[in-house]
Write a protein that binds this ligand. Sequence first.
Ligand code: AMP
Length: 285
Amino acid sequence: MQIVSSPEEMRRIAQQVRQEGKTIGFVPTMGYLHEGHLSLVQKAKKASDFTVVSLFVNPTQFGPQEDLDRYPRDFHRDRELLENESVDLLFAPEKSALYPEGFSTVVRVEGLTDRLCGQSRPWHFGGVTLIVCKLFHLVQPQAAWFGQKDYQQCQVIRRMVRDLDFGIQIHVCPIIRENDGLAMSSRNRYLQPEERKQAPVLVRSLAAANQLFLEDERSAARLVSAIHSTLARSPEARIDYVEVVDAESLEPIETVVDPAVAVIAVYFGQTRLIDNHILGEDLSY
Ligand code: AMP
């Protein structure tokens, strides 16, 4: 596995790979890899001639009071995991190489980013679209793989790719969960033992709404209320948002007619966890 930190070197290799007529598959990450990340890598590997994984804790998507400095990092372990997956290239740039002095450009998708996570973390999606845009230019993939775990992020990136004519295929992959149903996340390690014990209440609350949906409940308010009453059983859970929204536009709905997704964000102590489920799909874990 090649390890590259220089953006210029990344661009040069990508150009060379494309000149050889090979396809580039790309998985962007912030590292501290788990099976969720690796599931994307495996799909990218299968579909591409040359697989690139990036590892970069992107400062512009963190707020001033957020966990940028304490975000978990373990480069050696990540490198080993990616080597085991036979990834072709690991791109791990330095912050100063991607954001040199005087950097002043923004990349913003309007509308889609105003609500849900965008409301509680208004800086977040601007940072995501900026870094994904930069990485796409450097890695030059034909296709990229993202996790449904970050549902709104996937929709935002799809919109950016469409609006700005990137010509990159965006694949969204299922959420990988722990045995007790908690969606895997690098941030799960922040949870205190009691919080960790209670955290599967997120998936249980989504399962409750899904069950109601399968029993033909179509009122978004009643589906949301089922999620609320499940979450209320966990004393440590503090709700940021619970919504049932249109799966495409993420706009609020009253009645589920078109595909809809239940999206939730819940704090356990200082740790904010997100999860979601497309209503009517299987939710087994
Ligand atoms: P991150 O390192 O948190 O930026 O995540 C990198 C990519 O992995 C994103 O596309 C995430 O949506 C995806 N991802 C994170 N957790 C999971 C999970 N539990 N299952 C599937 N994909 C995930």
